[in-house]
Write a protein that binds this ligand. Sequence first.
Ligand SMILES: Nc1nc2c(ncn2[C@@H]2O[C@H](COP(=O)(O)OP(=O)(O)O)[C@@H](O)[C@H]2O)c(=O)[nH]1
Ligand SMILES: [Mg+2]
Ligand SMILES: [Zn+2]
Length: 293
Amino acid sequence: MPEGKIIKALSGFYYVLSDDDQVIQCRGRGVFRLNKVTPLVGDEVVFQAENESEGYILEVKDRKNELVRPPISNVDQAILVFSAVEPDFSTSLLDRFLVLVEFNRIKPIICVTKMDLTSDDRKKIEMYRDQYMKAGYEVILTSSETEDGLEQLLPHLKGVISVFAGQSGVGKSSLLNAIRPDLELKTNDISSHLGRGKHTTRHVELIKVGEGLVADTPGFSSLEFTDIEVEDLNYCFPDIEKLSEDCKFRGCIHLKEPKCAVKEAVNNGELPVYRYEHYELFVQEIKERKPRY
Ligand SMILES: Nc1nc2c(ncn2[C@@H]2O[C@H](COP(=O)(O)OP(=O)(O)O)[C@@H](O)[C@H]2O)c(=O)[nH]1
Ligand SMILES: [Mg+2]
Ligand SMILES: [Zn+2]
């Protein structure tokens, strides 16, 4: 039986990109009945088809992960888009995105846009780049205006499903347009946010960008830590997790414990103060979170 990936779901049809690069319109009838799963964009499926408009999904393979908003599965990678200026680069927002992405076992790539608009502040951005790279992250400085950095980003898209995430106005659409001009995505699109009424059906679609697939709607629309526990934060900060191997106490959460390697690293300048402050802030936020019923 042929296999493929759902790249769009609309009006009861699933559009499956087959392994031999054709798009087949499928129904999901059999799947609903057999294993009670609702197919999602991103799902790896086994299907059967008479022709390219009459297929049936027979099986949905196990998912690696599943995002709720946008509804998409098997996301490999999140391109975290942050502008250097307009709006200014924010480490607290970046750390928040990083935690959400790490928690979902998705690989983050930090992409700083609008580098063409920097002057003296370029040094500061380069310092952040070096610090995040030291923490273990991939950081790419780009400009959609001059197309700088795009050639560094492209190889990362190859063969994987990516979502672009980041505040509105940072340049996500511009970046995608710069890579694939025929997309003609609307930029500076403030109205799209307001126009997103309750009754508008929003569907996600995976589009080919470079040699990979990218979700056409930004990922991680909610930045709340609803399911994350304090203990999870350690692995959501890989730099802190690495340091914590040398904490005296197992299960140290790096707040009041003595002989804490993380606090020592802050004191001797090895771990940026802001990383630790954001960690502390997120612990606080999780502790104060209202229980959900
Ligand atoms: N100078 C400059 N402006 C940019 C760049 N990227 C985006 N912009 C501008 O920033 C605004 C918001 O960009 P947009 O792509 O719509 O951001 P989105 O909301 O994240 O999709 C638009 O006016 C763009 O022209 C860039 O690299 N350089
Ligand atoms: Mg946009
Ligand atoms: Zn510790």
